[in-house]
Design a binder for this molecule. Structure first.
Ligand SMILES: Nc1nc2c(ncn2[C@@H]2O[C@H](COP(=O)(O)OP(=O)(O)OP(=O)(O)O)[C@@H](O)[C@H]2O)c(=O)[nH]1
Ligand SMILES: [Mg+2]
Length: 199
């Protein structure tokens, strides 16, 4: 994908604040601090379009980005970070759930997992729920640079077994090295259906 432009559109917590549903949309989801914002920055060849942080829970709103004036990327707040106040955490579930259930232009969700970690109930539930409401999924194993090539493959196999998916459906990725970037783009292009913007 040739990136001609990428811009922040707005932040939202509820549907009345979402930008108009004018473009196909891909949302990025995953545990707090897993590297969601970094995946978006890497795909868009930007260092700091999306704020990243070593402090978990950095992204607390639904952030919309417009790419090539043709489709949107949506950075969702991460789930499962215990240090976020209960009152805040309580609102996250419904905020994300409402977005995923009601956004008519949503074409798919990129679920980002840490390659070093066995996925838990949260991931299993999210995958089952998205498939039940008919939202296509792209599965990413990020921070691959933190493991040797051998360990990456081992984890890819183990995680495929846990999630009960084919290992080839798990894209090994690194924001540090750019590993997997083209594979994610190929999957995203299929979902947004924008062939004419291809390189
Ligand atoms: N080594 C390595 N570090 C990464 C990678 N991706 C992200 N990180 C680091 O992980 C931390 C979290 O990254 P973010 O992209 O902010 O994660 P996030 O999922 O958006 O976090 P929240 O918005 O807080 O939920 C940062 O310190 C990043 O530099 C990667 O592929 N490799
Ligand atoms: Mg983030």
């Amino acid at each position: 994908m040739k990136i001609k432009s990428s811009e922040f559109v707005k932040s939202a917590v509820k549907p009345s604040q979402y930008p108009p549903a004018d473009f196909p949309e891909i949302a990025f989801s995953g545990r707090s601090n897993v590297g969601k914002s970094s995946v978006i920055n890497t795909l868009l060849n930007r260092k700091r379009l999306v704020k990243t942080s070593s402090t978990p829970g950095r992204t607390q709103l639904i952030n919309f980005f417009l790419v090539n004036s043709a489709f949107c990327f949506v950075d969702l707040p991460g789930y499962g970070y215990a240090k976020v106040p209960a009152s805040v955490q309580k609102n996250w579930g419904p905020m994300i759930e409402t977005y995923l259930l009601t956004r008519e232009t949503l074409k798919g969700v990129v679920l980002i997992m840490d390659v070093r970690r066995t996925p838990g109930m949260k991931e299993l539930e999210l995958i089952a729920w998205l498939s039940s409401i008919g939202v296509p999924l792209i599965l990413i194993l990020t921070k691959a640079d933190k493991l040797s090539k051998t360990k990456q493959i081992k984890q890819q196999l183990a995680i495929a077994e846990t999630l009960n998916v084919d290992k080839d459906n798990l894209i090994l990725f690194s924001a540090k090295t750019g590993l997997g970037k083209n594979d994610i783009w190929n999957a995203v292009e299929k979902l947004v259906g924008i062939e004419e913007l291809k390189d």
